[in-house]
Design a binder for this molecule. Structure first.
Ligand SMILES: Nc1nc2c(ncn2[C@@H]2O[C@H](COP(=O)(O)OP(=O)(O)OP(=O)(O)O)[C@@H](O)[C@H]2O)c(=O)[nH]1
Ligand SMILES: [Mg+2]
Length: 288
């Protein structure tokens, strides 16, 4: 694993503050560069920002803060006019404990509240508790669920699920998968197999292949997103635990370098604690 060198936003902000209190920004551009890099903002953006800062002659802390905020919001919104466009099949992937199963319940709740017919597919056959976790919510909310046996082939469960969804006309199929490390090739291939069986029943444009990222993750979030994207061609990101976290600048890197839309954010254990991603709110969090 990469060393977790995440710098809390507070110190990121404190550093910028001290850079500006030390005199005109121009003389401290190297310090600023370093502070941005340490907050996981990627190099391409840092270069762009520091160039612009020089050109615009941003000379006070407040002005720099506003400038950076505007830039980050712009980056997060860039190229994604339809970032939350709904797709029928949602595959939730990600590393262990990122929040996949909890997010599955939240998404179901969200879509049901819009009158959609939802189905869960419990494709985490690795952990018995994962099936139960989803089943409990399915019972409580009256959501259809397709599940397999413990230790069974997750792709087989998914195939059963999509065939049934096609027959019974579900609007949304939410597939919960087992947590896995992005560095484990065989487990990544298992996800690819899941995607392939869906393609037997539904066209690619109906499939939302999502990575769930815990906002607390730090720099490692980028490698996770990159590996999952290389294997699966992701269509978006869901950020979790927004309530409990130091908010990572690596999300901006994920958006910028991989051009993946950030679709939803979750902010608590409650089933209603999910909303469409809000770039302004996210960036405010980065500067808190
Ligand atoms: N505070 C907070 N906790 C969350 C949020 N989302 C998930 N959690 C917690 O994070 C933990 C892991 O959540 P799960 O949904 O089980 O994560 P998972 O990715 O399915 O985990 P595995 O299946 O083991 O890979 C649980 O304790 C959840 O309650 C959130 O938005 N805020
Ligand atoms: Mg799970």
């Amino acid at each position: 694993m990469e060393k977790n060198s995440f710098v809390k936003p507070r110190s990121f902000l404190d550093r910028i503050k001290s850079i500006f209190s030390a005199g005109p920004a121009k003389e401290h551009i190297d310090d600023l560069e370093e502070a941005l890099i340490e907050a996981d903002i990627d190099l391409a953006i840092v270069d762009e920002l520091t160039e612009a800062l020089k050109k615009e002659r941003v000379s006070s802390f407040e002005a720099a803060k506003k400038f950076l905020k505007d830039q980050f919001i712009f980056k997060l919104k860039e190229n994604n006019p339809d970032s939350v466009k709904h797709r029928k099949i949602m595959i939730l992937t990600g590393i262990n404990g990122a929040g996949k199963t909890t997010t599955a319940s939240k998404l179901a709740h969200l879509y049901q509240s819009k009158g959609k017919k939802v189905m869960f597919v419990a494709a985490d056959t690795f952990r018995a508790a994962a099936i139960e976790q989803l089943e409990t919510w399915a019972k409580r909310s009256g959501t259809d669920i397709v599940k397999g046996m413990d230790g069974g082939d997750p792709a087989a469960v998914v195939f059963d699920g999509v065939v049934k969804a096609k027959k019974e006309g579900h609007d949304v199929v939410i597939i919960d998968t087992a947590g896995r490390l992005h560095t484990k090739v065989n487990l990544m291939q298992e996800l690819l197999k899941i995607k392939r069986v869906i393609l037997k029943e539904f066209p690619e444009e109906d499939i939302d292949t999502l990575i769930i990222i815990d906002t607390n993750t730090g720099k490692n979030a980028f490698s996770q997103a990159k590996e999952f994207n290389d294997t699966l061609k992701l269509t978006g990101v869901i950020l979790t635990k927004f309530d409990s976290s130091a908010k990572g600048g690596s999300i901006i890197r994920i958006k910028h370098e991989l051009n993946l839309p950030i679709k939803y954010m979750t902010f608590g254990e409650n089933v209603e604690a999910i909303s469409e991603f809000n770039a302004e709110e996210f960036v405010e969090g980065l500067f808190e």
